[in-house]
Write a protein that binds this ligand. Structure first.
Ligand code: ADP
Ligand code: MG
Length: 269
């Protein structure tokens, strides 16, 4: 498939700095009350790198993501955050404006004479051709989330921050969304931080899995499972065991039927 977006402008300087992290976090602390949530988080994410963030419920994953999105005005704390201005955030709910049609949601606030055309192309990329004039309520949950992805990607973000974006979707829709997000992130190559509680999702999508524990990065594990590796499923299972162990969750027996939404390994349950 042709990439309908023009590649983002890239100067020679930025090419030579391609291995420099675009997201850089040092000694990040955040607290809401006297008790700290984040206590010295260090994290780098490079252009084109897909990082999944795992951790128990309440460990501070969303707090970290909101800090990177600069949406955490209610929190106190310190530390260093370097994050590009061109960033997009996707949440569990699509957060579409119900009184605006799909295309208007995608291009909301987008300048330039070609905004509409870019929006149409973005909808094509998320496999929603011809839905420009639909209302959000006419779309399924998965379709709404695809509109949210189109709204993010049409801005050509240097960093995509996603907080459990597929958490509310059924298992089959989630699998389709995984394939879509993988394809889009490979085509556009933003730095990605995906918060998830789904270990399989993390392994399937990420280049690195980071585990947050007691307010810090407790593990940073590379995922190196090329699809052509004949040992892939064995190595996938071993990595899943390692991550579940790290999260303090015993692995359940595999089920013989497709997983239901509540049927995944959910260390936060
Ligand atoms: N706006 C807020 N005000 C007060 N406490 C908060 C706020 N946001 C999060 N917290 C607390 O910070 C902790 C971490 O929350 P969060 O980052 O949402 O966890 P996670 O996303 O890992 O489940 C939790 O104890 C939560 O109750
Ligand atoms: Mg959260």
């Amino acid at each position: 498939m042709n990439a309908p977006f023009a590649p983002p402008p890239q100067s020679l300087a930025s090419q030579s700095l391609a291995s420099e992290p675009v997201v850089r976090v040092r000694g990040l602390s955040r607290r809401f009350t006297a008790k700290g949530v984040l206590n010295g988080v260090d994290l780098d994410i490079r252009r084109g790198e897909f990082v999944a963030l795992l951790g128990r419920s309440g460990c501070g994953k969303s707090t970290l993501l909101r800090a990177l999105a600069r949406l955490d005005h209610e929190a106190e704390g310190g530390g260093e955050i370097v994050v590009p201005e061109r960033r997009s955030v996707v949440f569990q709910d699509a957060r579409l404006l119900p009184w605006k049609r799909v295309l208007d949601n995608v291009v909301l606030g987008l300048g330039g004479a070609d905004a509409q055309a870019r929006g149409v192309r973005a909808l094509l990329e998320v496999e929603l051709p011809g839905r420009e004039d639909s209302w959000p309520y006419e779309l399924s949950g998965g379709e709404q989330q695809r509109v949210a992805l189109a709204r993010s990607l049409v801005r050509e973000p240097e960093v995509l921050l996603a907080d459990e974006p597929f958490g509310a979707l059924d298992a089959l829709t989630r699998i389709r969304m995984h394939a879509l997000l993988k394809r889009l992130s490979e085509a556009h190559r933003p730095a990605v931080l995906l918060v998830t509680h789904d270990v399989d999702e993390a392994i399937e999508l990420a280049h690195r899995v980071v585990i947050l524990e007691q307010g810090r990065v407790a593990a940073d594990i590379a995922v190196d499972l090329p699809p052509e590796d004949p040992e892939r499923s064995v190595r996938f299972a071993a990595l899943r065991r390692q991550l579940l162990g790290r999260l303090g969750v015993a692995e359940r027996e595999p089920t013989s039927h497709p997983a239901e939404p509540g049927d995944r390994h959910d260390p936060t349950a």
